[in-house]
Design a protein around this ligand. Structure first.
Ligand SMILES: [Zn+2]
Ligand SMILES: [Zn+2]
Length: 412
């Protein structure tokens, strides 16, 4: 539900000319559109006036900077606790949890390091192409954009009658959270997959996230700013909007999604981590996607894996199918070779019976056998050649991750 005053505020914040239009109805200097104050706001415009004094009081043209500052301070002063939380608690969750993971990695505890995914046998991969400082800078930019978008969402969705807004019942909160998770997963799967399949999108936008071939918690939202906006901010914001979430419910949803995303990038497959036990889409699952040939699999994030299962892009299932097909082909080839050998042996026996011992006859069967054996298809034959646009070192093979993934997933 949109209130007229909220829409006017949002428009005035985005388009300065709108502020001018709004002020046209006033007799003298520009004034804010009428809004219903929820707390005393007198101090904020005063402070704004001190910080950004108008160039000429009573001038026909409004001072845009002054007006924007007034608008910012006044509207910020009206936020409820739940609306502040909706905007900033998920961001706080991100930094607190990723800092914890960082401190744990610095501590180098044996009990934790045993579960470091990149330390597993066969899991070595190309090193990260970006520094931690650059990662943190980019995530801060993303969080700034995310906070701005969240505030706009808060203003646009405010009901006219704030007193009538009630927190949903617990059962409804659960229904909305599950529905939002399904919506977010659907959005992220298809947009993420599109960014891999489309050559231009991968090279210019999504390749940034894949600079982290060995993910760590700080890098969970290390993205091109447009991807952050499209995949994460819109991916979380639209379900909250569509489901008409109360700000506290939205706070819960955004925070859970944030914590889940950080956990998926923590770099550890932890058997005692409840999120990694509850969700098949976990750190081990997402790690496969971050490097090598696994990049064309496991697009699902952040909660479930059903889209990958349905669309045939689930890495483990796809590899199991390939192994089964290869085993069947090998068995067929072995049977063909055995049959061929048997027929030739029978023919030789017939020849031996009709001709005196002739030990000098050349045996050319070896070549045929080799040909038959060489016809067994390899797991890598034609693998991704048409869809892998990432130009990464071809020496990176997928088999180590496949070996890694099986024991990890069996924990769940
Ligand atoms: Zn990707
Ligand atoms: Zn990732």
């Amino acid at each position: 539900m949109l209130s007229r005053s909220a829409v006017a505020l949002a428009l005035a914040a985005v388009v300065p000319s709108t502020a001018a239009a709004l002020s046209a109805s006033n007799s003298s200097a520009w004034q804010l559109p009428s809004v219903r104050p929820m707390v005393a706001t007198d101090g904020f415009p005063t402070l704004a006036s001190k910080l950004f004094p108008p160039t000429a009081a009573g001038a026909a043209a409004p001072d845009v900077l002054h007006s924007a500052a007034q608008l910012l301070f006044r509207t910020a002063s009206q936020l409820e606790a739940s609306e502040w939380a909706q905007t900033f608690l998920p961001i706080a969750c991100y930094w607190v949890l990723s800092t914890l993971f960082y401190l744990v990695s610095l501590a180098g505890l044996t009990s934790v390091e045993l579960h470091r995914i990149s330390a597993q046998p066969g899991a070595q991969r190309p090193s990260n192409k970006v520094t931690v400082e650059a990662v943190i800078r980019r995530v801060l930019l993303q969080h700034s954009l995310q906070a701005a978008m969240s505030l706009v969402l808060v203003f646009l969705t405010r009901p006219d009658d704030m007193a009538a807004r009630r927190m949903e019942a617990p059962w409804l909160v659960v229904v909305k959270l599950v529905s939002a998770a399904l919506l977010m997963d659907t959005w992220q799967y298809w947009v993420h997959r599109w960014m891999h399949v489309n050559k231009w999108l991968y090279r210019h936008i999504h390749a940034v996230h894949h600079e982290l071939t060995e993910p760590y918690a700080f890098g969970a939202l290390y993205n091109h700013w447009l991807e952050g906006l499209l995949l994460d901010t819109v991916g979380g914001g639209v379900p909250a909007l569509v489901l008409d979430m109360h700000p506290w419910t939205a706070t819960l949803f955004f925070s859970i999604a944030t914590i889940k995303t950080v956990d998926d990038h923590c770099g550890y497959a932890l058997p005692w981590d409840p999120l990694q036990v509850l969700f098949p889409n976990n750190a081990a699952f997402h790690d496969i996607h971050h490097w090598g040939k696994g990049r064309m699999y496991n697009f699902s994030q952040p909660f479930f894996t059903f889209w990958d299962v349905w669309m045939g892009t689930h890495y483990e299932i796809a590899m199991a199918k390939k192994s089964k097909a290869a085993a069947a082909a090998a068995a067929a080839a072995t049977a063909a070779v055995a049959s061929d050998v048997y027929e030739k042996a029978a023919a030789a026996a017939v020849a031996a019976a009709s001709v005196d011992n002739n030990d000098d006859e050349p045996d050319d069967d070896d070549d045929d056998d080799d040909d038959a054996k060489n016809s067994i298809p390899s797991l890598d034959d034609g693998h991704h050649d048409d869809t892998d646009f990432t130009e990464e070192d071809e020496s990176v093979r997928d088999s180590p991750v496949a070996r890694l993934a099986v024991p990890i997933t069996k924990q769940h």
